[in-house]
Structure formats: structure tokens, C-alpha cells
Design a protein around this ligand. Sequence first.
Ligand code: HEM
Length: 81
Amino acid sequence: MSLSAEEVAKHASKTDCWVVVGEEVLDVTEFMEDHPGGSKAIMMFAGRDATEEFDMLHERKVIKKYGIDEGTVVVKGTFKK
Ligand code: HEM
């Protein structure tokens, strides 16, 4: 599914949190408490495109390894720029 910035912005709370990294819209609600950088770092980008900041701090492959494979990060769709 293709998701707009407007749709992503509706998910900006601790109990319903989506972020954009690259082409993907990610539901990180469950992951937040496991995040090594803390939940606050993620909440600053809740409902927004976090790509630039994400890429300064991580390799993209951590999303699969620590999130998707653990079932705590869920890909919701593709970001419509
Ligand atoms: C989308 C899923 C995410 C995953 C799976 C993830 C994973 C990780 C991991 C594994 C680390 C430890 C450092 C490393 O191994 O690279 C980390 C640190 C960190 N992450 Fe994330 N992260 C995610 C999203 C985000 C977002 C959206 C932000 C906000 C820009 C963020 C900000 C940070 C910060 C500030 C640190 C701490 C860096 C440090 O203290 O050196 N992360 N994250």
C-alpha cells in the first residue's frame, strides 16, 4: 500500500507510532521500548519522515535484524513522496 505524509501523520502517539525510513512506512509502536536509543528519540519523529536522522545513526539493516525479524517493527507500506 502507498501511504501519504498525511496518513503517516495520523500515527504520532506512544500507543500508535509510525515513522518513515527511506521508502518504507514502519509501525514502531511495539519496538519503541526495545530501542537502544530510547523511546524519546523515536517519538521526536513520530508520524514523520525520520530518514535523514536515522541514516546518520544506523545502518538500514538494523531495521530487519532488531525490528522486523523480532516482530516489533511492522512494515505498513510504501511512502508516497
Ligand atoms: C525503525 C526502527 C529502528 C531500529 C530497528 C533502531 C535500532 C537501533 C539500534 C540497533 C541502535 C544501536 C546502535 C546501532 O546498532 O546502530 C539504535 C540507536 C539509536 N537510534 Fe535507533 N532504531 C530505529 C529507529 C530510530 C529512529 C526513528 C530514530 C530517530 C532518529 C532513532 C535514533 C536513535 C538514536 C538517537 C540512537 C542512539 C545512538 C547512540 O547513542 O549512539 N532510531 N537504534
